[in-house]
Design a protein. Structure first.
Length: 307
């Protein structure tokens, strides 16, 4: 018995050996930079020409300067563009996922359509942004079509309007991510016991009632995962508005996002301010994610507990 116990202990230790690389990589490339960013946010550390100032400890001065800036405006820009893109994304993804997983519809060429809707996710965001920048430029194809059809007498400068710029950014994010969201929701629906749907159909439930009474409640954990990951991605929105607005958040910085603001400080070598913006972004992301998770999963837990 003692020998078997000894062999078991030695065998279990191999598990730590196999998971060690993950923790080593995480500590080196994630944890240490994260702590370094947090520490650097309390220092005055920037470059003017060839002269470097700091690092000099200045406490909360960087955070004070950030709140005196237009960071609230940039935060609002980020959330507005994320919401405009996420609402149609989740609605269309829900619709497609229900269609593709419904055994009664028997849709043809499903593999083809699944591939097509996922393909935009494989395109680099920078390439996607350059495509839209070309299409909607002052002399681009969209303007040519509009003027040739007589819908406008002169070319429309889409990127000089706040509403158009935000809609274009949101549209690109929607096109890039709705395929991935559809796949995740399909996986969640396929994990629901098929007998529940069959029992509901036998009882005479309409497809709409089946969706709201069975599919949606049981899909809530996957839905919350999609919502939180999309929220995190929305707060980190950078490449699409950066390219579409030439890094200036035009017009009048109404498309400037939090990460674009962070990139401005990194570009000017102001590492203290950049560190403070990073820390605030991390805190905001953590708070919003916690609120979304607790508020949605609380209802899910309570409903399961009543069952």
């Amino acid at each position: 018995m003692a020998k078997n116990k000894k062999h078991t202990v030695q065998y279990d230790r191999w598990g730590y050996f196999f998971i060690a690389p993950f923790f080593v990589i995480y500590v080196i490339f994630s944890l240490i930079p994260l702590l370094g960013t947090f520490v650097n946010s309390f220092f005055e550390n920037y470059r003017v020409g060839l002269m470097t100032v700091g690092p000099t400890f200045n406490g909360l001065e960087n955070y004070k300067n950030i709140f005196e800036s237009d960071i609230l405006k940039y935060s609002a820009n980020t959330l507005i563009m994320w919401i405009i893109g996420f609402v149609p994304q989740i609605l269309i993804s829900l619709l497609l996922s229900v269609w593709f997983t419904n055994t009664e519809l028997r849709l043809k060429c499903q593999q083809f359509f699944k591939t097509v809707i996922y393909m935009p996710n494989l395109i680099m965001a920078s390439a996607f942004a350059m495509l839209f920048f070309t299409l909607f430029s002052d002399n681009g194809p969209v303007n040519s079509i509009i003027t040739n059809l007589g819908w406008a007498k002169e070319n429309i400068r889409f990127l000089t309007y706040t509403s158009w710029t935000r809609v274009l950014v949101a549209t690109m994010n929607f096109l890039m991510w709705y395929g991935n969201t559809t796949i995740l929701l399909m996986a969640g629906i396929m994990g629901i016991d098929e007998s529940l749907f069959e029992a509901a159909r036998i009882d005479g439930a309409t497809p709409l009632k089946v969706f709201f009474k069975i599919t949606l409640p049981l899909l809530l954990p996957i839905f919350v995962y999609v919502l939180i990951t999309s929220l995190i991605g929305g707060i980190q929105m950078f490449d699409v508005p950066q390219i579409l607005s030439n890094g200036e958040g035009t017009p009048n910085r109404t498309s400037m996002t939090l990460i674009m603001y962070l990139n401005k400080h990194l570009g000017s070598k102001n590492y203290g301010m950049a560190g403070a913006v990073s820390v605030l972004t991390f805190i905001v992301t953590a708070i919003l994610s916690s609120i979304v998770y607790s508020s949605t999963m609380k209802n899910y837990t309570n409903s399961n507990g009543r069952r």
